[in-house]
Design a protein around this ligand. Structure first.
Ligand SMILES: *Cc1c(COP(=O)(O)O)cnc(C)c1O
Length: 386
């Protein structure tokens, strides 16, 4: 790759080269668990597919290329990727994390790592004062998501990275919502980026996967050690599917964002909508940071209706095109009621304290025709109170 290559060029070419034996332009799906050795220990770079597999290598280099990092590591799920970062900790270490994290990330912290004596503080990561106040002598890791899920709050990544660097703390950013096309946390000084490739990178709701990207050689070694030791690695077919997705990421993201921005504007103008969360709208409290840190507002929109929780929940099953389902980032539009679906593992008091209301509705705006999506939202909201 040429270092000045643009995003689309990197998405299509990073880590990709024709197969040396046949010239196949697409990386073959290497369905093999082991590799024949010429003599004991004499290998052609591959010995066992938990450790490495050529289809995975092609994906790892591709994701590193689009995320502007030196090293990529791929996993069987986003949670396996997050777990690998948490594997770096030991008992009595302290972690500061956002208080509106992906529900599964909150759950792995509180039901698994707390059991082993790792301490967690969940804070509003959009406030640097809150972060400064939460950091202790034994803080080893700061975990953030920007935009966060489901409140679409932003973290000033450069500010978090700088504070972490000063104190010798590892910084991690979950970049699943923004994707490498909208923002590159490593450029802001973040140490490690995680992705659920299940979402926009895969992009077609047909595969579950995860990835880590870092520029730090030593950190890459330590993460690769646990990747191989724990074994939450993806199969070659899954790698192939994600790779097929990353190549069109830029084209899809522009459409996701254009559709989402108009839907967000429509919601904001709707008399039955009390509040809209979308980083691409001037009404977002961190609009200025979004303009600086992200290419556009992305494809996710959350909103609160001026209605009872029961009515809000009922609305979620009245869409024609937005399917009521967990997950996000596929080409098709989805609607989610986070309190009862994706974020059910977060205790209600903690959700409410974080400003996340029971009636909140989250949309993953797909790349269908905008007019059809707008009509669908209008029709679903028109049923309110009837
Ligand atoms: C889905 C998701 C995860 C977890 O990824 P899986 O692939 O489902 O394991 C982590 N973070 C965010 C922001 C997500 O949306």
């Amino acid at each position: 790759m040429n270092p000045t290559d643009g995003f689309g060029t990197r998405a299509i070419h990073a880590g990709q080269s024709p197969d040396p034996t046949t010239g196949a332009i697409m990386p073959p799906v290497y369905m093999t668990s082991t590799y024949v050795q010429e003599a004991p220990g004499v290998i052609k770079g591959y010995d066992y597919s938990r450790t490495c597999n050529p289809t995975r290598t092609a994906l790892e280099a591709n994701i590193a290329g689009i995320e502007k990092g030196r090293h990529g590591l791929c996993f069987a799920s986003g949670m396996a990727a997050i777990n690998t970062v948490l594997n770096l900790l030991k008992s009595d270490d302290h972690v500061v994390a956002s208080n509106d994290l992906y529900g599964g990330t909150y759950r792995i912290c509180t039901t698994l790592y707390q059991k082993f004596g790792v301490e967690f503080s969940f804070i509003d990561m959009s406030s640097q004062d809150a972060l400064r106040a939460a950091v202790r002598g034994n803080t080893r890791l700061v975990m953030t998501e920007s935009p966060s899920n489901p409140l679409l709050r932003l973290t000033d990544l450069a500010a978090v990275a700088e504070l972490c660097r000063e104190r010798g703390i590892l910084s991690m950013c979950d970049n699943t919502f923004a994707t490498p096309y909208l923002q590159n946390p490593l450029d802001h000084g973040i140490d490690v980026v995680i992705h659920s490739t299940t979402k926009y990178l895969g992009g077609h709701s047909d595969v579950v996967g995860g990835a880590l990207v870092t520029n730090d050689d030593d950190l890459r070694q330590r993460l690769a050690h646990f990747q191989n030791t724990v074994g939450g690695t993806p199969g070659p077919m899954d790698c192939f599917l994600v790779l097929r997705g990353t190549k069109t990421l830029h084209v899809r993201m522009d459409r996701h964002a254009a559709n989402a921005e108009q839907i967000a504007r429509d919601l904001e103008a709707h008399p039955k909508v009390r509040r809209v969360y979308y980083p691409g709208l001037p009404s977002h409290p961190q609009f200025e940071l979004a303009q600086r840190q992200m290419r556009n507002g992305g494809g996710m929109v959350s909103f609160v209706l001026d209605a009872s929780v029961e009515d809000a929940m009922a609305v979620t099953s009245r869409f024609r095109l937005f399917a009521l389902a967990e997950s996000l980032g596929g080409v098709e539009s989805l609607v989610d009621h986070p309190a009862s679906m994706t974020h059910g593992s977060i205790p209600r008091e903690e959700r409410i304290a974080a400003g996340f209301e029971d009636g909140l509705i989250r949309l993953s705006v797909g790349i269908e025709d905008l007019d059809d999506l707008r009509a669908d939202v209008a029709a679903a909201l028109a049923t309110l109170g009837s």
